[in-house]
Design a protein around this ligand. Structure first.
Ligand code: GLN
Length: 206
């Protein structure tokens, strides 16, 4: 069984551990580089990306995280985790670091005051069985993506139009919303399948 880590510096770690277990994975918190080394895939949870980024630097995890992702480790980020996986961010704190990996620009707290938190039924490519319940909590949206990034879902936000809220690039997956808070494990099942496929490829190549 592949082991899936949840970056456990800050945020809704327990909810992701439970959702991963519900999706049939072995899930472990990751706080140290040696714990990261044992993970076959990683979830970066929702929370507060500015704090998470500072703690990643303080715990000596930022460079190991970047290295694993460059080497092809599957990762899934929800909300603050989406921000952490973005190559570039808008409306971040000065000098806010990200792990990066997905060729996209993400705007923090994008939906604005009127719409700080809301729910929407989200049709997501790769997820069968109807829309997922999208919980958006001071959520980012994706401002633009590079050619290698697949947009899996969008939402409409008033006059500003339609924005991507779920994307995939290779082994990296990100959503603006929080499937870990809904009890619906389909997005985690998709990620677990990505981790299994990557582990099979690695075994076949070895
Ligand atoms: N606004 C938060 C950030 O910038 C994300 C909120 C969330 O993860 N629910 O990190």
């Amino acid at each position: 069984h592949p082991v899936i880590g949840v970056l456990a510096l800050q945020g809704d770690v327990r909810e992701h551990l439970a959702a991963l277990a519900g999706a049939g994975a072995l899930a472990r918190p990751v706080r140290r580089p040696d714990e990261l080394a044992e993970a076959d895939g990683l979830v970066v949870p929702g929370g507060e990306s500015t704090t998470m980024a500072k703690l990643a630097v303080a715990f000596g995890l930022l460079e190991p995280l970047r290295e694993r992702i460059r080497a092809g480790m599957p990762a899934y980020g929800s909300c603050a985790g989406m921000i952490m996986l973005a190559d570039k961010i808008l409306d971040g704190r000065d000098d806010q670091e990200t792990i990066g990996g997905i060729d996209m620009i993400v705007r923090r707290n994008a939906f604005g005051r009127q719409n700080e938190s809301f729910e929407a039924a989200v049709e997501m490519a790769g997820i069968d069985g109807g829309p997922v319940e999208g919980l958006f909590i001071r959520a980012p949206w994706v401002e633009s993506v590079g050619a290698g990034v697949e947009v899996l879902a969008t939402v409409r936000s008033g006059e500003s139009g339609t924005h991507p809220v779920a994307v995939r690039q290779g082994n990296l997956l990100a959503t603006s919303f929080h499937p870990e808070l809904t009890g619906d494990h389909r997005v985690h099942e998709l990620f677990v399948a990505m981790v299994r496929a990557a582990a099979r490829c690695a075994a076949a190549g070895a």
